[in-house]
Design a protein around this ligand. Structure first.
Ligand code: FBP
Ligand code: MG
Ligand code: MG
Length: 334
């Protein structure tokens, strides 16, 4: 039984033995992510005092204005992982292509690749609303010692070895899973140490919160419109409460604690929705399922979808199991 207030470092070591491939490589990797999270947290907390607010001036592969903090967070995570030679490849929402990492002997014996959304909730950076980082870890499928290929990154989400997010909010938390439940750690800024504050996190089976950008209502499929009407109807335990922060990590985190559903459906202006399958939907779906929640595109489990492109988008329905099942019923016209 892991005691509350165990530090993240202790938790990683204690959990290493319970992990079938316990060569220590995964522990080193999560430790590196922990370090990069603290570096980015330090910068995020100074937003407004130093020059990290606003556009960086470039358009990223997503066609979005890159924010200065997108670029900073991207650089910090990639540098931290590269410098420690603990991965053989990295893919990022902010990078056009994946990065293959060959160690100094040009023979990369590392077995893990990392996919990151370095800064999630970019539209909230300038207005001091909580943002986050999302990460996803897979075991490579190509032979050790060779250079990674696209094939390594286009694995179904169910193949993830670990996934997690950091939320830079009222407090900074790192929440992750290695396929054995979900645990949340809160940063003590004075000590720079993450402590286990939320052991065994689980979505309540149902809840009273729905999170969707209703500003897009006119563009939504009929199934989504009907589901929103269902949430707003005075009947039984409804109407539900509408809460939408505009940062996936923060909306997801709240819904996991209180019970709720987050929806970013496709629409007449976004054929496949907005969220990225590899950097956002797969890791959050892995965490959701590990926390007894559910995640789908309205029809298929997100984790069973075979990715076809590095930056593909997918409709996303995620949260308390019964609420996602209800939304799926509306999407499927039942
Ligand atoms: O402003 P919209 O269209 O509602 O989109 C908000 C969604 O887009 C995102 O900001 C996309 O993530 P990035 O900030 O990493 O691009 C999600 O965090 C959020 O849920
Ligand atoms: Mg994002
Ligand atoms: Mg982002």
């Amino acid at each position: 039984m892991i005691k509350k207030n165990t530090t993240l470092g202790e938790f990683i070591i204690e959990n290493q033995s319970s992990f079938q491939y316990s060569s220590g490589e995964l522990s080193k990797l999560i430790n590196a992510i922990r370090l990069a999270a603290k570096v980015v947290n330090h910068e995020v907390n100074k937003a407004g005092l130093i020059d990290i607010i606003g556009n960086a001036g470039d358009i990223n592969i997503q066609g979005e204005d890159q924010q200065k903090l997108d670029v900073l967070a991207n650089d910090k995570f990639i540098q931290t992982l590269k410098n420690r030679e603990i991965v053989c490849g990295i893919a990022s929402e902010e990078e056009d292509d994946f990065i293959s990492i060959n160690s100094s002997d040009n023979k990369n014996q590392n077995k893990y690749i990392v996919l990151i959304d370095p800064l999630d909730g970019s539209s909230n950076i300038d207005v001091n609303v909580s943002v986050g980082t999302i990460f996803s870890i897979y075991r490579r499928v190509t032979p050790l010692g060779t250079t990674v290929t696209l094939e390594d990154f286009l694995q179904p989400g169910r193949e993830q070895i670990a996934a997690g997010y950091i939320v830079y909010g009222t407090s900074t938390m790192l929440v992750y899973t290695t396929g054995d439940g979900v645990n949340g750690f809160t940063l003590n800024p004075a000590l720079g140490t993450f402590y286990l504050s939320h052991p065994n996190m689980e979505f309540p089976e149902s809840g009273m919160i729905y999170s969707i950008n209703e500003g897009n209502y006119v563009h939504f499929p009929q199934g989504v419109k009907d589901y929103i009407k269902y949430c707003q109807k005075e009947e039984g335990d409804r109407p539900y409460t509408s809460r939408y922060i505009g940062s996936l990590v923060s909306d997801f985190h709240r819904n996991m604690i209180k019970g709720g559903i987050y929806l970013y459906p496709k629409s007449s202006v976004a054929a496949e929705g907005k969220l990225r399958l590899l950097y956002e939907c797969n890791p959050m779906a892995f965490i959701a399922e590990q926390a007894k929640g559910k995640a789908s595109d309205g029809f298929r489990a997100i984790l069973d979808i075979k990715p076809t492109e590095l930056h593909q988008r997918i409709p996303f329905f995620c949260g308390s199991r019964k609420m996602v099942e209800k939304a799926e019923e509306f999407m499927q016209g039942k």
